[in-house]
Design a protein around this ligand. Sequence first.
Ligand code: BTN
Length: 320
Amino acid sequence: MKDKILGVLSENKEELSLEEVASILNVNKNRIEEHIESLKSEGIEFKISDEKYKILNSEKKKLIDELKESIKGLNLDYNFFYFKEVGSTNNIAKMMAENGAKEGSIVIADKQIKGKARGGKKWESPDGGLWLSIVLRPKSFPSKAPIMTLATGVAVAKTLQSLGIDAGIKWPNDILIGDKKICGILTEANTTFNVLDYIIVGIGLDSNVEIDLFTNDVKKRVTTMKKELNEEVSNIKFIELFLKNFDEVYTKFKDKKIIEILNEWRKLSTTIGKKVEIRQPLGRVYHGDAIGINNEGMLIIEEEDGNLRRIVSGECIIKN
Ligand code: BTN
């Protein structure tokens, strides 16, 4: 029901009253009110005037309409749910997927207040950045889900390169300019009886964030598109360019052309050929030369004694 409410409110140009939302969805007004209260507690901001609800201004709606027009003809049908402020776009996308949202549903927010990074860390997501999550429902095995992280990295890096930014990928999912991070990807998969039910691919791109909006710790480690190009590229324009690349890699993924995706990833990688340190939970640390990735997307490192170790997950620190 919640995703239906979000869907109705984000698709309507006009603000709607509770009665109107209730009548569109053919349910009791009280139920709508309860769900709106619960959505508010999840961080979704509603514009309320004269008891009318709206989550998207009409200017944004126009941009989204233009975006939809410019990506017509892609393989997947993309639908946008744009919010001013949310907890985490991944959480909203998950909630929508649980309620049956179609693949290609995209949640975008101007700002996240509970943005999530890998390893349970917080992802700083102030205004100006691109915070976006895509619902996917590929018919593949759960073990293939990590490949979608790499595939998304390929699409982001190619998009940045097409804008003249020299982006590379640090295993598994950091998009870097030199040694500064510009984008992170968080993939969350849901499986039922060893069948992939849905994947949420979350992308956090520091597109036009004013660096000063980040905390000191993050400031040192990141860059933005605006800083690299000395001008803004609108988030909507970036999404348009990105979705063209994303649609291509996702089609390859669905067509089981994993080798092609991995080869593209290898070309864009800034990890292979470097000395790395891998930090895993519980304090496990490995050192070695990153010599490649295997067909499951695991990083292969050659340790000092010549042992080849496959790394499934962890934080990768480049040493040279
Ligand atoms: C990482 O590098 O650790 C991954 C960061 C992913 C951040 C994005 S922002 C949009 C989406 N919603 C979230 O809460 N997280 C992802």
